[in-house]
Ligand binder design. Structure first.
Ligand SMILES: Cc1ncc(COP(=O)(O)O)c(C=O)c1O
Length: 447
C-alpha cells in the first residue's frame, strides 16, 4: 500500500508483516508503562476539564523564559569565565558532546550551596531528565539475577517502569499511615534475603513523595542512613519536590547527611525550571575499584552506560539550563523559594477548598478522607467508591474534572482501588476552586 493511501479496516491498513505483542518484551504491556500515556490521552480528549491529573509545573512560569537569553548567558560564561573562544563555544553547543555533560561544574556548585551536597563535578552525570538517571543507575547496580530493588508502595511510575524494562525485580515496602516504616523496610529486606535475593538499593522520595505526598522526618532520615549501612544497601534518593518545603521547616536531603557514600542522588530541573529541556542529573560519588585495583567514581560507569542510551544529553538543552543557573546567580535557591511559595499557596488552597466543600459531617457520612501534606504537588483522597479508569471517564465527561487513579502507583496489585491523587501544581486558585466543586458534585452523585 502506498504511504498516502487511506488506512483500511482497523485503521492500520491490511496485509504486511504483523507482530504478536506476546513476542515483545513483557514490559510493553505492563500497566505501569501505559499509565503516563493513559493520562495524556484522557487529558487530550477532555481539554475543557479542570485537570488535577498531571504533576507538571505551572505553565505561567514559562512566561519569563527566553531560551535565547539563557543560551547567550551560557555562551558568555564559556567565553568570559571558562576561556573558550566563540568558535569553541559554538562547537560545544552544536557538536556531539562529552557523555557526562558540560554543565556538571555548575550543577555541583549549585548543589553545594543550595543543598549542602558536597560532591565534585566528576561525580555528576547530566542526564536526559531524572528518568534517564534512574535508568542508568539501575542498570549499573542491578547486575545479577538475584539483585532486587526495594521501593515504597505506592511509588513513582518512572522508577517502576525503568525496573520493569531492565528486568530488575522489585520488592515493595508497604506504606502505612504517615509514610513507610523502617521496620517494614527491614522486614522486606530480610524476606528477600531469605529467598536468596540480594536487595541492592532502596529508592525513596523523602520530600513530598509522588504520589503519596509523604515526607520523612529528621529522625527517620538519620535512621535510614544507619539502616543502609547495617544492611549494606544503597539509597537512591529522588528529590524533585524538596524545593516546595517552607524554608523555615526545610529538612536536609539524605545525600547531604551521607557520610558513608551510601546515597546516590537523583535530580531534575523539570520542576524548578522547565521540563521541556529534559535535563536531570545523578550524583554518584561512590568509589568503584576496577580489576587493576584502580579507583574511579560510580559516575564514570554510569557515563559508560549512558553513552549507549542517549550518547549525551542535548548540549543545547544543557546550555539553556546552564544559562538559567547562571542567571539566578549560580544557585537555584531564589527561584526555588519563589516557585516553592507558589506551590505551597496552591496546596493550601486545595486543602482549604476540600475542607469547605467536604465538611466533617459529609466526610463522616460518606466515609471519605484525604491527607494534608506540607508541600509537594499532591494530595491523596480516599473515597467510599472505586476510583478506576471507568469512573475517571465518567468524571471527565459528566463533571469536567480529571484526577489520577491511585491504583496506577501501587505495585503490590490490589492497593489504591478507592483512592485518587489530586495534583495542584498546574492550576490557579480559581481553577482549583472550580475543580473541587466539580469533584464534589461527582461525589454527591455516587454516595
Ligand atoms: C518522583 C519523581 N521523580 C522524577 C520526576 C521527574 O523526572 P524527569 O526529570 O524525567 O521529568 C518526577 C516527575 O513527575 C517525579 O514525580
Amino acid at each position: 500500500m502506498a504511504a498516502a493511501d487511506p488506512p483500511r479496516g482497523d485503521g492500520f491498513g491490511g496485509g504486511g508483516f504483523e507482530l504478536d505483542r506476546s513476542s515483545l518484551h513483557p514490559a510493553v504491556g505492563d500497566p505501569v508503562l501505559g499509565s503516563m500515556n493513559f493520562l495524556n490521552e484522557v487529558m487530550s480528549r477532555f481539554p475543557q476539564a479542570v485537570s488535577f491529573a498531571p504533576g507538571a509545573p505551572f505553565a505561567g512560569f514559562f512566561e519569563g523564559v527566553s531560551v535565547n537569553r539563557y543560551l547567550d548567558r551560557y555562551v558568555r560564561y564559556l567565553c568570559e569565565e571558562r576561556g573558550l573562544t566563540a568558535r569553541q563555544a559554538q562547537q560545544l553547543l552544536l557538536q556531539y558532546g562529552a557523555t557526562a555533560g558540560h554543565i556538571n561544574r555548575l550543577v555541583a556548585d549549585a548543589l553545594r550551596s543550595d543543598e549542602g551536597i558536597d560532591a565534585p563535578a566528576e561525580a555528576v552525570v547530566v542526564t536526559v531528565g531524572c528518568q534517564e538517571a534512574m535508568f542508568v543507575t539501575l542498570r549499573a547496580l542491578c547486575a545479577r539475577r538475584e539483585d532486587v530493588l526495594l521501593v515504597v508502595d505506592p511509588c513513582y511510575a518512572g522508577i517502576a517502569g525503568a525496573a520493569r524494562l531492565l528486568d530488575v525485580e522489585i520488592r515493595t515496602v508497604p506504606q502505612g499511615e504517615g509514610g513507610f516504616d523502617l521496620d517494614e523496610l527491614r522486614r522486606v529486606h530480610r524476606a528477600a534475603r531469605a529467598e536468596g535475593r540480594n536487595p541492592r538499593a532502596f529508592y525513596v522520595v523523602p520530600d513530598f513523595a509522588n504520589p503519596s505526598g509523604d515526607r520523612m522526618g529528621p529522625q527517620a532520615r538519620r535512621e535510614l542512613l544507619s539502616l543502609a549501612e547495617e544492611l549494606d544497601l544503597l539509597i537512591l534518593e529522588d528529590n524533585p519536590y524538596g524545593f516546595t518545603a517552607d524554608p523555615d521547616t526545610a529538612l536536609p536531603t539524605l545525600k547531604s547527611m551521607d557520610e558513608r557514600r551510601r546515597v546516590v542522588y537523583l535530580g531534575t530541573f523539570a520542576k524548578v525550571y522547565v521540563p521541556g529541556a529534559r535535563v536531570g542529573f545523578v550524583v554518584a560519588d561512590q568509589r568503584v575499584r576496577d580489576e587493576d585495583g584502580r579507583r574511579h567514581y560510580l559516575a564514570s560507569d554510569l557515563t559508560a552506560i549512558k553513552s549507549m542510551i542517549t550518547v549525551n544529553t542535548s548540549p543545547i538543552s544543557q546550555a539553556v539550563v546552564g544559562g538559567m543557573i547562571l542567571e539566578s546567580g549560580g544557585t537555584l535557591a531564589v527561584v526555588a523559594r519563589e516557585k516553592g511559595a507558589f506551590y505551597r499557596r496552591n496546596l493550601a488552597h486545595l486543602l482549604d477548598a476540600l475542607e469547605r466543600r467536604f465538611p466533617p459531617e459529609l466526610r463522616e457520612r460518606a466515609g471519605l478522607s484525604w491527607n494534608s501534606p506540607q508541600g509537594g504537588f499532591f494530595v491523596v483522597m480516599t473515597m467510599p467508591f472505586e476510583t478506576d479508569e471507568k469512573l475517571l471517564e465518567y468524571s471527565a465527561r459528566e463533571f469536567g474534572v480529571l484526577w489520577t487513579p491511585m491504583r496506577h502507583f501501587y505495585l503490590g496489585g490490589s492497593g489504591g482501588t478507592h483512592q485518587l491523587r489530586l495534583s495542584c501544581s498546574y492550576l490557579v486558585p480559581e481553577q482549583i476552586e472550580d475543580g473541587v466543586e466539580r469533584l464534589a458534585r461527582l461525589v454527591e452523585t455516587l454516595i
